[in-house]
Design a protein around this ligand. Structure first.
Ligand code: UTP
Length: 302
């Protein structure tokens, strides 16, 4: 690693101020990041992932109707006292787990897009490289995507995005990358398009919700006009960094082949609950047996 590069990434920004319209009406009064995946809200998995990758300075970007997020990462004294009085040590520990996580909050004001949500973290992040983890996007704990992205940043500088191969008919749902060269699962990104028509998509490599960004992205975001959906798009700012011939260290991609769930999407949410449910240390056995019986019933047309 060269001396002029920061040695490590320690800050994580988790944007969680979106409206969650794909999951209405469940998300009318409950933030989508608080929807339970088995027995924990989605956002807790995301904060745990940041901590596992050594990012111990976590900032969550929230907005209106998102108080539940702040409450979840705080103590709930009445509940803790009640559990203590009952001698329910197991649940007490589980309730205290999220309160012990060191999390900061900032509000976005208006949901003006993911790029804008990242921009409101500027003051907190300062001049350091930082990770962005979307608050509704879960990466399986056995897959070490973020660690790999931090490693690529340390080796090559610049910004690093996570990419996943998707079927052609799904590219219009994602930001999509044009890539030049490959070195195993690491690619050089030359361009990005937000939610392209399949005919215009430069590849089937979709941008998923993990980024390790160079702080130069903030200056670009300040100048980025609202794009698709009239929102300030992070993809548009990264497109500028990718296209500007190495400014800000360029943009690299890590192709991810593991398990990922977009819990802001109803179908993916259901898959996440079933997958993590059958793997749950306490519930997995009983739930897995039921899932098998249910699948057999369906196969038999009952
Ligand atoms: P999404 O596009 O998945 O969030 O943004 P959304 O706008 O809430 O979703 P739908 O389409 O209406 O269902 C990706 C991430 O960026 C955050 C979201 O909370 C989510 O984690 N986000 C999005 C913000 O923090 N602010 C915004 O203005 C937009």
């Amino acid at each position: 690693m060269s001396a002029d590069r920061p040695s490590s990434v320690t800050k994580a920004v988790i944007p969680a101020a979106g409206l969650g319209t794909r999951f209405l009406p469940a998300t009318k009064a409950t933030p989508k990041e608080m929807l339970p995946v088995v027995d924990k809200p989605a956002i807790q998995y995301v904060v745990e992932e940041a901590e596992r990758a050594g990012l111990d300075n976590v900032l969550i970007v929230t907005g209106r109707n998102k108080y539940a997020l702040e409450d979840h990462f705080d103590h709930q004294w009445e509940l803790e006292q009640a559990l203590e009085a009952k001698g329910d040590q197991n649940r007490l520990e589980r309730v205290r787990e999220s309160a012990a996580m060191k999390v900061h909050f900032v509000r976005q004001g208006q949901p003006r897009g993911l790029g804008h949500a990242v921009l409101v973290a500027r003051q907190h992040v300062g001049d350091d490289p930082f990770a962005v983890l979307l608050g509704d996007d879960l990466i399986d704990a056995r897959d070490h995507l973020l660690e790999e992205m931090v490693r690529v940043r340390e080796e090559r500088g610049g910004s690093v995005i996570a990419l996943m191969e998707v079927p052609e008919e799904q590219v219009h749902l994602y930001g999509c990358a044009a890539v030049a060269s490959r070195d195993g699962d690491v690619v050089e990104v030359t361009g990005l398009v937000e939610k392209p028509d399949p005919a215009d998509a430069p590849s089937n490599l979709a941008v998923i919700g993990r980024y390790v960004l160079d702080p130069s992205v903030f200056d670009v975001l300040e100048r980025t006009e609202p794009g698709r959906g009239n929102e300030i798009q992070l993809t548009d700012a990264l497109q500028q960094l990718a296209a500007s011939g190495g400014a800000g260290g360029g943009v690299h991609g890590v192709v991810f082949r593991g398990r990922r769930y977009d819990t802001g999407d109803r179908l993916d949410y259901l898959k996440a609950v079933v997958r993590l449910g059958v793997e749950h240390p306490e519930l997995g056995k009983g739930f897995g047996e039921w899932v098998d019986e249910f699948a057999a019933e369906r196969a038999a047309g009952q």
